[in-house]
Design a protein around this ligand. Structure first.
Ligand code: FAD
Length: 552
C-alpha cells in the first residue's frame, strides 16, 4: 500500500536544529530581509525556510561539554553577550595527567587546553535561545518532526519525507496515524550532527567520502550539583591518563558552572581493540578518582547523556554539496578534535551555507555547480585555517596515547603537517580484535548509587522517552549474525559500547537472541558506528522521541 502524503514546498529545508542548522536559518533570514529591504529581486520570504528537529523541543538533543569559542556566534549575533544564556566566562584553565590515585597538573596549560576568552555554556540552553531568534525572524521551525528519508532527484536531493506518526511496533497504522509530509525544497541543508542518518544515506549513495572515513569518539557526560565551594564557576580542567588504557584515545573534562553545577565527562575514541570495553563504565570509574571524588562527594546527579563526536577532521570531511543539497556542522566534520570544539565551527559552516544558498536562490540555480561555492567559501574562511592546522591530529592517536602525543608535538610545530601528511586511518570497528577464546567479564558494573551509577539509572536521568508501541528504530539487517557469529567472534560488543543499555543478549530455549530495548536509546549513534559487521542501521524514531538534555 502506498501512503498518501501531503506535499509542502519550501525554498530551503534545514534538517536539524543544532548550532549549525539554526545558524544557517538565522543568517539566511537576515540576508533575505536585507535583500528585500533594498528592493532586491527576486523577492524572497523567510517563511519559505523550514527547519525540522526530531527532539521534542529545541535543545532536547543538544549534548556538549561545553566550552564555546565565541568566534562563530559573535559573527552571527554581534551583540550576543546581551541576551545569550552564557553560563560563565572561563576564569582559569588547567590540564592534568591522572594516575589511579594522583593528579599531576601540567605546569603550563598546553595551548589546545587554553580557554581564556571562551564561555562555559549549556548547549541545550544556547540552542533554545538561538531557536527563539530564528522563530522571531519568521522561519518555520518544527520540533518533534524528523527527516525520515531523502527525496532523490537526478544527481541530488529535493527534500525529505518526514516521519509517519502513530505507527505500531509491527508497522501497522494506529488510530492516531498521520502520514509524514513530503517536504520539497530547492535547497535541503543536512545539519543532523554526528553520524546523521540522512547524511549517511547521501554520502553512501553519491560516494561523497573523503580520503579518510569519518572516525568518532563517544562523550559520556553527567551534570552534577555539588556542595558550596567545591569548584569555582569558570574553572575548566581537562585530564589525560587514568582510567583510559594508554592504547585508547580519550580524556576527561571538569567544568565549573554557575549555581554549584559541574559538567563532567569522558571522551573515548571509537576505535579501540577490546570488544568488551565499556565507555560508560570507564566514565563511572573516572568519577572515583580522588580528584573528582573531592569535587563530587556529597553532591547529586542532575542529568546524564551520551553522544558521538566526529573526530576525523579535514580529511574526513565528505563532499559537502550535491544538486539541491548541502551538508554542514558535525555531519560534515566541522569539528576541531584537538580542542574538542565544534560549536563555533558548526555556526560558521551554517553561515557559509546560508550565504551560498542565498546566492543560489537569487540566481535561480540550485545545482551542484552553484552550491560548490560552499566549500570554496569554507576554503577562504577561518574555519578551514583551524581545521587544517589539526588535519592529522586524531589520526596520530591510532598509535596510542604516547604515539599520539609524539605526532601531535610534530604537528604543532609544522602547522598540522607532522611526520606524515595526509595520515590515513581505518573506520573505527575495523580495530576490534577477535576474542580467540577470551570470556566476557563475569559481572557488569553496578555502581554505588551515590557517586557511580549503572546504565539504567543514568538513562533515567537523561529524560529519554519513546513510545513502546512504535517500530524499532535500531534496524538489524541480519539478527542471525548477532546470535551466532558475533557471539563467537566478538562477544556482542553492542552490550558494552551502548551507554544506554539498549542491547541485551538473552538465551531462549538454549538459543542466543538479541533483545533491543529501543525505548532507552539516547540517540548517540554509537551502535551505528561500532557494530563490527555494520548491520545495525540507526533510523529516526517517531519525532519527539529520545532524550531531554535540559540544562546540559
Ligand atoms: C560530549 C561532547 C562534548 C562536546 N564538547 C564541546 C565543547 O566543549 N565545545 C565545543 O565547541 N564543542 C563541543 N562538542 C561538539 C559540539 O557539541 C558539536 O560540534 C555541535 O553541537 C555541532 O552542532 P551541529 O548543529 O552540527 O549538530 P548537533 O548539535 O548534534 O545538532 C544536530 C541536531 O539535528 C537533529 N537531527 C538529527 N537528525 C535529524 C533528522 N533526521 N531529522 C530531524 N532532526 C534531526 C538532532 O536531534 C540535533 O538536535 C562536544 C560534543 C560532545 C558530544
Amino acid at each position: 500500500m502506498t501512503t498518501q502524503r501531503e506535499t509542502l514546498e519550501a525554498d530551503v529545508l534545514i534538517v536539524g536544529a543544532g548550532p549549525a542548522g539554526l545558524s544557517c536559518a538565522l543568517h539566511l533570514s537576515n540576508l533575505i530581509s536585507k535583500h528585500n529591504q533594498s528592493g532586491g529581486k527576486p523577492v524572497l520570504s523567510t517563511e519559505n525556510i523550514y527547519v525540522l528537529e526530531k527532539g521534542r523541543e529545541l535543545g532536547a538533543h543538544q549534548l556538549s561539554g561545553a566550552i564555546m569559542d565565541p568566534r562563530g556566534l559573535s559573527e552571527l549575533v554581534p551583540d550576543f553577550e546581551k541576551t545569550a544564556p552564557l553560563d560563565t566566562p572561563v576564569t582559569d584553565d588547567a590540564a592534568f595527567l591522572l594516575t589511579s590515585q594522583s593528579a599531576f597538573r601540567f605546569p603550563i596549560t598546553p595551548p589546545p587546553f587554553k580557554n581564556k576568552g571562551n564561555y562555559v555554556v549549556s548547549l541545550s540552553k544556547l540552542t533554545k535561545w538561538l531557536g527563539g531568534q530564528v522563530e522571531k525572524s519568521g522561519v518555520n521551525l518544527f520540533t518533534a518532526f524528523a527527516g525520515a528519508s531523502l527525496i532523490y532527484e537526478g544527481e541530488g536531493i529535493a527534500g525529505v519525507i518526514t516521519d509517519d506518526k502513530g505507527v505500531d511496533k509491527n508497522g501497522k497504522p494506529k488510530s492516531n496515524f498521520t502520514a509524514g509530509y513530503e517536504l520539497r525544497a530547492k535547497v535541503t541543508v543536512l545539519a543532523e550532527g554526528a553520524r546523521g542518518s540522512l547524511t549517511k544515506q547521501l554520502v553512501s549513495r553519491y560516494k561523497l567520502d573523503n580520503l579518510n572515513p569519518q572516525t568518532y569518539g563517544i562523550g559520556v557526560k553527567e551534570l552534577w550539583e555539588v556542595p558550596d565551594g567545591r569548584i569555582q564557576p569558570g574553572f575548566v580542567a581537562h585530564t589525560l591518563g587514568w582510567p583510559m588504557p594508554t592504547e585508547i584515545y580519550g580524556g576527561g573534562w571538569i567544568y565549573g558552572m554557575q549555581n554549584k553545577r559541574v559538567s563532567i565527562g569522558l571522551v573515548v575514541g571509537l576505535e579501540y581493540t577490546d570488544p568488551f570495553f565499556d565507555p560508560h563504565e570507564a566514565f563511572q570509574k573516572f568519577k572515583t578518582h580522588p580528584f573528582l571524588r573531592h569535587i563530587l562527594g556529597g553532591g547529586k546527579l542532575v542529568r546524564y547523556g551520551a553522544k558521538t563526536i566526529p573526530e576525523g577532521g579535514w580529511y574526513s570531511m565528505p563532499r559537502t554539496y550535491v544538486d539541491g543539497g548541502l551538508i554542514i556542522g558535525d555531519s560534515a566534520s566541522f569539528l576541531d578534535s584537538q580542542k574538542l570544539k565544534g560549536i563555533h565551527l558548526a555556526i560558521k559552516s551554517g553561515m557559509l551555507a546560508a550565504e551560498t544558498t542565498f546566492e543560489a536562490l537569487c540566481k535561480g540555480d540550485t545545482s551542484a555547480k552553484t552550491l560548490a561555492a560552499f566549500p570554496r567559501r569554507v576554503e577562504e574562511s577561518w574555519a578551514k585555517k583551524q581545521l587544517w592546522s589539526v588535519r592529522n591530529f586524531h589520526q596520530g592517536f591510532q598509535y596510542g596515547l604516547y604515539g599520539g602525543l609524539f605526532h601531535a608535538a610534530f604537528q604543532q610545530i609544522s602547522g598540522g603537517r607532522g611526520l606524515v601528511d595526509p595520515m590515513h586511518v581505518h573506520a573505527g570497528p575495523e580495530a576490534y580484535q577477535k576474542l580467540n577464546g577470551r570470556r566476557a567479564p563475569a559481572e557488569r558494573f553496578k555502581g554505588d548509587g551515590k557517586l557511580t551509577f549503572d546504565r539504567l539509572t543514568d538513562v533515567y536521568h537523561s529524560g529519554t522517552r519513546h513510545d513502546d508501541d512504535e517500530p524499532c528504530h535500531l534496524v538489524v539487517s541480519d539478527p542471525s549474525i548477532c546470535a551466532d557469529q558475533c557471539v563467537r567472534e566478538y562477544g556482542n560488543p553492542c552490550q558494552y559500547f551502548c551507554p544506554a543499555a539498549v542491547y541485551e543478549m538473552t538465551a531462549e530455549r538454549g538459543e542466543n537472541k538479541l533483545k533491543i530495548n529501543a525505548a532507552n536509546c539516547v540517540h548517540c549513534k554509537t551502535c551505528d558506528i561500532m557494530d563490527p559487521y555494520q548491520i545495525i542501521n540507526w533510523v529516526v524514531p517517531e519525532g519527539g522521541g529520545g532524550p531531554n538534555y535540559e540544562g546540559m
